[in-house]
Ligand binder design. Sequence first.
Ligand code: SAM
Length: 315
Amino acid sequence: MKPIALLISPEAKSAYFKDYLDVAKQELKTVFGDIDVAYKCIGSLDFFHISCAEDDLQRLTRLSFVQGLFSVENEKYIPLDLSGDFPLHADFVFGSKYRGKTNERLTQLLINIGLSSIDATDSSKVKLLDPMCGRATTLLWAMRYGIKAKGIEQDAQALAEIRQSLKKWTKLHRQKHQLKEGFTGKANKKDLGKFLEFNAEGSSMKVIVGDAINANDILKGERFDLIVSDLPYGIQHFTTSNTRNPLAVLKECLPQWKASLKPGGAIVLAFNSYIPKRAELISAFAEQGLAAQDFSIPHRMSESIVRDVVVFKLP
Ligand SMILES: C[S@@+](CC[C@H](N)C(=O)[O-])C[C@H]1O[C@@H](n2cnc3c(N)ncnc32)[C@H](O)[C@@H]1O
């Protein structure tokens, strides 16, 4: 075991604000087990100190809050030449900014927590669904991990914006890829079933226009290891029923989401814990036989949003 210092990224601070240390510690302990973690601040740099096996170093670099790793010898910090080693360029996830985008670091945390809840050893065998995928932040992050991802989005305009941004980053980074577009059923004026599929670096993502309530029908019964989503907060995003409380829509979605999950699969959701309350969410899932796991990272985003993450498993 080696003494290692993990430098906490300023991106994590802006993702989780004043609660970033608690959130980071939860992610670390969930992904790596209940290890001893000591916090140290040097000047304006924040570190977590842990003991870690050589084989785990690479995995540490994929935690959402880690900017870099240092080995610590006699109080000296020696930077390690390690990075997340993602084949697809970071610009595919971070490059395009738009209103309503889920924070990229939070999205990475959701995927990390999801992978650790299903004990995935080979992410290229994992299939992920984001049934309310917006402009595909989750799906593109999943692709960087080698995970095959699909998403559903009610707003047909999202497809054009995703296409535009993919064209930009594939051109700029000379990324070999395939982009396919079409309809899963008959073409129609509302663009329901319209899809865009992006293949690169041996992975793929597909976004289909539709209502998350019909997820399993839209995906023709396909099953996924992970369902990961940032639920509409009701402030920037209105659900299809135009209600500010996503719980009503979620209850309608649950039977089809459950049908889309493989046995042993997990659902990881980010939500504003003011609406719905965590307990309400847990009880709605319990009615469908989905058990909440012991993971919670409440962190304040603004006066009206305390974001939290909840994980459910299908026994
Ligand atoms: C918080 S945003 C997700 C943002 C996304 N993670 C991103 O970074 O682009 C929630 C998304 O859910 C979509 N949505 C809301 N209700 C939906 C429904 N019933 N079916 C499909 N999408 C829905 C909204 O249009 C919005 O794009």
